[in-house]
Design a protein around this ligand. Structure first.
Ligand code: URA
Ligand code: SF4
Length: 195
């Protein structure tokens, strides 16, 4: 399986009811060899119309945070827990998340990133069973030999100027961590999941 086959499957997918209300499904996008995959919640209105992740206001915030440390969007891979827009941007249900999960799992398996950056509570809950991202943001998690980095959702920074600085400094720690990993240096794991 390749990212291209997953992309095609997502575009045609009718496995959950979100297919009935979407305009376009939104497969992940970016560098297939990225060191990091960013995972958001679900497409919003702009994403639904364009069929691309994080192209609206939240996406601009994410782009800004990356560019503030000299990282281009094209060098990373960006995706969502759920690939179709929930009506009125409601939080995707557990059933929708579980039905869509195989696509994210495959994306992660194929790209095999050094670290997965979780954006906000829905991704935190879906991927690690967590909650209260504001309490855990900025932290590095290891579970089943996969590293995760936790930060706030870029949309949360839109009406909160302080959070944009939080997002930027978190992203800076994330890329410093990636640098250490590439140099085979020891990094500090903040939370170790045992299963
Ligand atoms: N919010 C998300 O969680 N994902 C997007 O793609 C856009 C906004
Ligand atoms: Fe398929 Fe996921 Fe879209 Fe549901 S949200 S129709 S499972 S791609």
């Amino acid at each position: 399986m390749t990212i291209e086959t997953i992309r095609k499957k997502v575009i045609e997918c009718t496995k959950c009811d979100l297919c009935k209300t979407r305009t376009k499904s939104v497969p992940g996008k970016g560098n297939f060899q990225a060191d990091v995959i960013f995972v958001g919640e679900a497409p919003g209105r702009n994403e639904d119309q364009r069929g691309e992740p994080f192209v609206g206001v939240a996406g601009k915030r994410l782009t800004m945070a990356l560019e503030s440390i000299g990282v281009s969007r094209d060098s990373v891979y960006i995706t969502n827990v759920v690939k179709c827009r929930p009506p009125n941007n409601r939080v995707p249900s557990v059933l929708e998340r579980n039905t869509c999960k195989e696509y994210l799992q495959k994306e992660i398996e194929i790209i095999n990133p050094r670290i997965i950056c979780i954006l906000g509570n829905t991704a935190f809950n879906s991927i690690l069973g967590g909650s209260e991202i504001t309490k855990f943001r900025g932290k590095i998690v290891r579970k089943n030999n996969q590293l995760y980095f936790l930060t706030v959702h870029p949309a949360a920074t839109i009406y909160n100027q302080e959070l944009i600085e939080v997002l930027k400094s978190d992203i800076e720690r994330l890329f410093n961590t990636i640098k250490e990993l590439k140099n085979n240096n020891q990094i500090k794991i903040d939370i170790e999941y045992t299963s």
